[in-house]
Design a protein around this ligand. Sequence first.
Ligand code: ADP
Ligand code: ZN
Ligand code: MG
Length: 465
Amino acid sequence: MKTIMGLEVHIHMLSESKLFCSCPTDEAEPNENTCPICLGFPGAKPKLNKRVLDSGIMIAKALNCSVNPSMFFSRKVYFYPDMSKNYQITQYEIPVGIQGHLDIGKKIRIRRVHIEEDPAKLMHIGGTITSAQYVLVDYNRSGMPLMEIVTEPDFENVKEVREFLSKLQSILEHLEVYDPNGEASLRVDANISLEGGERIEVKNITGFANVEKALTYEIIRQTNLVKMGRKIERETRHFNAETNMTESLRKKEFEEDYGYIFEPDLPRIDISHAWIAEIEKQMPELPDARVERFMKNYGVRDREAKILVYVDKALADFFERCAKIYKDRQNLANWIVGDLMKALNSNDMTIRTSKVAPEDLVEILKMVDDGEITGKVAKGLVLEYVKTGRSPRKIVEKKDLILIESDKEIEKIVSDVVSKNQKAVDDYKAGNEKTLQFLIGQVMKESKGKVKPDKAKEFILKKIK
Ligand code: ADP
Ligand code: ZN
Ligand code: MG
């Protein structure tokens, strides 16, 4: 059955002050960063933070949207404890940007990009949203600037969703409009339906991995319902990150139910061509252009260039810092995309949270190039280095990982291996070429990777001839 998915992505925008007041956005004790405006006192008048609007226009442009020449804000009216004034200031009728797209090999259409304020944060104490004993409200989050990006339902599988989110995040990081380290800096409402069926909205999912889990779970759940002949009803669900399942919250309300009204406390804003042109001038290099540049200037292959740029901007930055001091850029890219990323992942780190330094990685690569250590040792070294942050040179010396160069030592290891593996030797002599590879592997193992494979081969052949 064909799956159809669409996303509503909420991004916490980088800004020193909130969207409609001058309260700071940095971390603080609960309810410390508040004022009459973001607490929603009657009569308090919002004032728009221009820098956020500028960033909004920038995001719209980066997502190939057209920017509306004249826009205004609206009140989305609803009652909920996270919203003391009983409405959220958002954009509904005329958002900053409309009708854009993001290319992930296939074009994902962007329906709209709009600015809105974040509600306060509810903390469910003693359980989850459905089981908590009581709830606390923190208004520090109230009035934080959010950008909402709504796609058309153009995703057909979870992999496309992952690629989209990863590229979107990379664009936002390049624009420097969003803080990837912030708590819940990217929240997703994921809509999903099976062809012909009603759609389910899974609200408020934090983190890419959870989006994938929620969608994967929903595909299975909905498929099973259909197989049992049950009908899927339109509904809003919640993703439980502890059970990795989605749970029903409520029958879905429709946008019209909110009773949007024009926000009379904020002016209509005209956005001139000159304003847009000014912002376009300030726009930094975007991921697609950067990939092109990596390929052209550094001679890095398409695959590695894309991983470096789309997976994590910090990784691309790291690559460029290394490239200044290391000439074989393809080799560098291979190591970063391969062993370095693996080492980071397995230690639950990102390049940002790790202490990995360009000079150190390059030192490891140079040790291999100069024949001091083998590639195999270097792999282990990268892992050890990422884990401990100790100087690669020191690790090598301490662990005695320098290449074995003395013929005598190699001969000794080889003759050991040969006498222990007489059958493999006989097989090789009988014409089975593959067993030579096996013998080389044994020498590598015995020497803990300290004999170069071509040396091992040379000595084995000499020995068994
Ligand atoms: P609502 O008014 O409920 O917010 P929208 O029409 O604004 O609904 O769409 C919200 C999201 O749902 C969009 O991201 C859109 O891509 C997605 N969507 C719309 N139709 C479907 C569908 N049939 N299956 C999955 N997602 C859908
Ligand atoms: Zn405030
Ligand atoms: Mg919606």
